[in-house]
Design a protein around this ligand. Structure first.
Ligand SMILES: Nc1ncnc2c1ncn2[C@@H]1O[C@H](COP(=O)(O)OP(=O)(O)OP(=O)(O)O)[C@@H](O)[C@H]1O
Ligand SMILES: [Mg+2]
Length: 247
């Protein structure tokens, strides 16, 4: 049975898409069967996977509209359902929305090892839908002065989701991303570690331009910069991911 993991944080620009993209490709290359899902009307993950995102043939919009969707094969072991701006039209229309992705995945989960959902930066229905459909969340956090407050709000939302919708939802961990060697980042890292302890992944991902460049070429960090520090860190992240979210 596949394990569903949402990569989520209501804060924008913390690395949700970057981490989903590279985790999907990295795990597929290790032989795990992966379904990656873009649940964000911005369609950033879709642009990272597809050279021509406008020709998307498996659109998550269809799942929310009760139509059939057959995931696109990207490479061996890697399948994908994308999103376009059309998703924003339905995003807050109907509470029923919150159950549709879960119901869709129940029918196809057994075909995959990991299902990875790239979430949008919001607390709305689309995000609840992803949390409702998931077994785990991974939370990327960018060290910034308000990160702690944002995390508290997110943990509250997760608690409410566990109580009302999805009692088996678990937090796999918090991964610090875009880390820089500054005093401020060092201090924030320390505070987060004190506050969240074992939730924090041992590995942090540094800020590095290769993470920004690679998706523009539809390439993972592994292919774009195989010898880089970023690739080394990301491989360590994947090892920890597989321990925290064992099949
Ligand atoms: N470790 C990193 N080093 C350098 N740039 C990074 C890193 N992680 C992410 N980025 C860049 O930061 C920006 C935001 O990352 P990304 O799009 O993955 O965040 P997000 O959380 O998905 O954003 P949104 O909330 O808008 O969906 C992108 O331009 C991305 O390329
Ligand atoms: Mg994103």
């Amino acid at each position: 049975m596949g394990v569903t993991v949402s990569i989520t944080n209501q804060k924008g620009g913390v690395g949700k898409t970057t981490i989903t993209f590279n985790t999907a490709i990295g795990l597929a290359e290790q032989g795990y069967k992966i379904l990656a899902i873009d649940n964000d009307p911005q369609g950033n993950l879709t642009s990272a996977f597809l050279e021509q995102p406008e020709n998307l043939s498996a659109d998550i919009f269809s799942i929310y509209s009760d139509e059939t969707v057959i995931p696109i094969q990207i490479q061996e072991n890697l399948f994908f359902i994308g999103a376009t701006i059309s998703l924003s039209r339905i995003s807050e229309s109907d509470f029923d929305l919150v159950f549709k992705l879960k119901e869709y995945l129940e029918g196809i989960k057994q075909n995959y090892d990991y299902i990875l959902i790239d979430c949008l930066p919001s607390f709305g229905y689309l995000n609840l839908s992803a949390l409702n459909a998931s077994d785990y969340v991974v939370i990327p956090v960018k060290p910034a002065p308000f990160a702690l407050r944002g995390l508290k709000d997110l943990f509250d939302t997760i608690k409410k989701t566990q109580k009302r919708l999805n009692p088996t939802l678990k937090i796999a961990g918090i991964v610090l991303n875009l880390l820089e060697k500054t005093v401020l980042h060092g201090d924030i890292q320390k505070v987060l570690q004190e506050e969240y302890g074992d939730y924090i992944f041992n590995i942090s991902l540094s800020k590095g331009v290769k993470f920004e460049e690679s998706p523009a070429f539809n390439e993972s960090i592994f292919k774009y910069a195989p010898q880089s520090k970023q690739t080394q860190q990301f491989n360590q992240f994947l090892r920890e991911f597989l321990v925290r979210i064992a099949l």
